[in-house]
Write a protein that binds this ligand. Structure first.
Ligand code: GLV
Ligand code: MN
Ligand code: MN
Length: 413
């Protein structure tokens, strides 16, 4: 039996069903934010499956969780595959989790088919990809790749003031795994990440597999403006320093400054915090997040300049600041891996198309370490970051078949 032939659609689907119970929401999605008790539960479940199959598990200082199936050559560098198990606050069952479970299915299929590889094949669940609780996102893979400093990440706080290192310690206490020696990061021979597309192109074009060629660049910012708290019933307009009104002026100017003809630039204000958050007090402080993306770094630079000008000019009389909290340049994947994904997809007789990724993924960090690529499968109506996110068992299995074939080839290089 080939490894692809040993991929079991029913098993892969059931694993998604089981994982979706952890942080499951009434609308059928999940709220399993990074380093929460639900994240710990997902780690424990994955570890229990790994142990049942005789695979070894380990974790590193940022909490990335690894599952390893040994190869024949103890000195050969591993090939790695995975994604993330944390979700948006109103997330779906497949964003991230599919990549972890597809990688795990690949390990199981290799085992079931009795396929020996030269290199170890490893699955990974990266810590905090979503960045909805702790900024920046894709944190575990960024620390692994040396793009973010471990010490700085450990002291990041969530919106409630909880420090990441405390949430991580609690998670690893609930979901223990042997700690790897030294700093996060070890040499890899290759990395392949499977993911739902999170957009409508595959479904519209009736293709089963997206051969991912690149990821657009993305940046995140926090804008903060200070006003003066005052009584809502008595304070005349002219005497107010209303931090929310200042934020609104900046936000409106930013939406206008980031509208482009061909609708390529992505600009999102996804979180606004108004303080003290009382109906009858003029806001003394307002902060909001910006997520901005484009395939060209030069375009992002130009728009960042505009955002900074707006912050400098539109908030008066309130002082305002803009802090860049994440920058990830556009990523081109290794032609060797892209070609291999396409070739294996064709060999399995699956319809496919080349496409760039609009969403960010952990692969964007790992691409600087080793030959890297991604495999997309369709999701219903392209809807993601939404509890109704959906994908079909057969598409998920098709992606896992491509994945295990690609990993096998890389693991025997
Ligand atoms: C990942 O979810 C992203 O924001 O692209
Ligand atoms: Mn994701
Ligand atoms: Mn996501």
């Amino acid at each position: 039996m080939s490894a692809a032939g040993a991929v079991r659609e029913d098993r892969l689907w059931q694993r998604h069903v089981d994982m979706a119970k952890l942080g499951g929401t009434p609308k059928g999605g999940v709220n399993r934010q990074a380093l929460s008790p639900e994240d710990a539960a997902a780690r424990n479940l994955l570890a229990s499956w790994a142990e049942a199959r005789g695979f070894s598990i380990s974790t590193d200082a940022i909490g990335n969780l690894f599952v390893r199936r040994d190869g024949n050559d103890p000195k050969a560098l591993p090939v790695l595959s995975g994604s993330h198990m944390d979700s948006q606050p109103t997330g779906g069952r497949f964003d991230g989790m599919y990549g972890v479970l597809a990688a795990f299915e690949a390990l199981e299929a290799l085992e079931d088919a009795g396929v020996k590889t030269k290199r170890p094949v490893m699955a990974v669940a990266w810590t905090n990809e979503e960045g909805s609780r702790f900024q920046p996102g894709a944190m575990g893979s960024a620390v692994f790749a040396g793009h973010n400093k471990l010490d700085e990440m450990l002291t990041v706080k969530d919106w409630k003031g909880v420090m990441l290192k405390d949430a991580l310690a609690e998670t690893l206490e609930t979901a223990p795994a042997p700690m790897r020696d030294g700093k996060p990061g070890f040499p890899l021979d290759g990395y392949v990440e499977a993911h739902i597309e999170q957009g409508p192109r595959l479904e519209n074009e009736k293709k089963t597999i997206g051969v991912v060629t690149a990821i657009q660049g993305s940046r995140r910012y926090i804008v903060e403006t200070l006003g003066e708290e005052a009584h809502a019933g008595t304070t005349p307009r002219a005497a107010r320093k209303d931090a929310f009104a200042a934020a609104l002026r900046m936000a409106q100017a930013m939406y206008e400054a980031t509208t482009d003809k061909d609708d390529t630039l992505r600009f999102t204000i996804g979180r606004v915090d108004v303080s003290p958050g009382s109906p009858n007090t003029v806001p003394g402080k307002t902060s909001f997040t910006i997520d901005m993306r484009h395939p060209s770094d030069a375009v992002l630079d130009a728009h960042e300049k505009k955002l900074r000008e707006i912050v400098a000019t539109k908030a008066a009389p309130c002082p305002a600041t803009i802090e860049r909290v994440m920058v990830v340049p556009p990523t081109d994947f290794a032609p060797m891996v892209v070609d291999l994904v396409r070739a294996k997809t064709n060999a399995l007789g699956l319809s496919n198309m080349d496409m760039p990724s609009g969403a960010g993924h952990d692969a964007m960090h790992i691409a600087s370490l080793c030959p890297t690529g991604m495999i997309f499968v369709p999701c219903e109506r392209g809807i993601s970051h939404n509890e109704i996110e959906n994908a079909t068992p057969s598409d998920l299995a098709a992606g896992a078949r491509v994945l295990v074939e690609v990993l096998t080839e890389l693991a025997n290089r």
